[in-house]
Design a protein around this ligand. Sequence first.
Ligand SMILES: [Zn+2]
Length: 239
Amino acid sequence: MILTVVLIVAAPGLAFGLWFCWACVIPSSTFFRPVLVRGPREGKRISLTFDDGPAAQFTEQVLDILREHHVPATFFVCGKNVEEHPDLLRRIVAEGHEVGNHTYSHLHIFFKSRRRMAEEIDRTQEIIEKVTGFRPKIFRPPYGARWFGLIPILLGRGMHLILWSVAGYDWKKDMRGITEAVMRRLKPGAVILLHDGRETRSAAEIDRSRTVLALPGIIAGARRRGYTFAPLKDFLPST
Ligand SMILES: [Zn+2]
């Protein structure tokens, strides 16, 4: 009897919690839209994305591999890191890759005001524009988090919200684990999440060597299965 009462009382809270997790946390959720989680199913095109850079050493290594294999990619950069490594952002652009906004300080946007979110996005837009001469049209929130007020900010700036459909889990897996995580979930239109930097202030704490080691195997493995690498802009609705 008591258990039944507890369940009846707790059920709405539990349901709300599950809905909240789906809407704000799960990368594939589409409650906050428009959003791009995955590209078109037709054709065997996939797209590589790298978050949290630019970072000394690792961004360069990732760029070297992409150049060697003629693979386009997208870099979702933090404004703070661009201030420290403007040359790396210039190289990203010079080598034909796309650039997206990933906030200034790698802000977790849960429970943040619209003003705070806009500040982080705008500050990063300005920094990127100063270095490259253009303002990105794509935004990926740190941790894939979404929050109320984000969509109007992006729409007001003509920006697209980008999540991902395949995570490499390169923040916790080794080289082999990263490659397996990507290859296992690869499907046409996949948007693959990897990292060339890290949301830390200390350069000594950044180690993306496992991502760098895994990348050639991911490229080769995907091509063996008939996939081609497309720029993320090919996955967006034409404007
Ligand atoms: Zn991030």
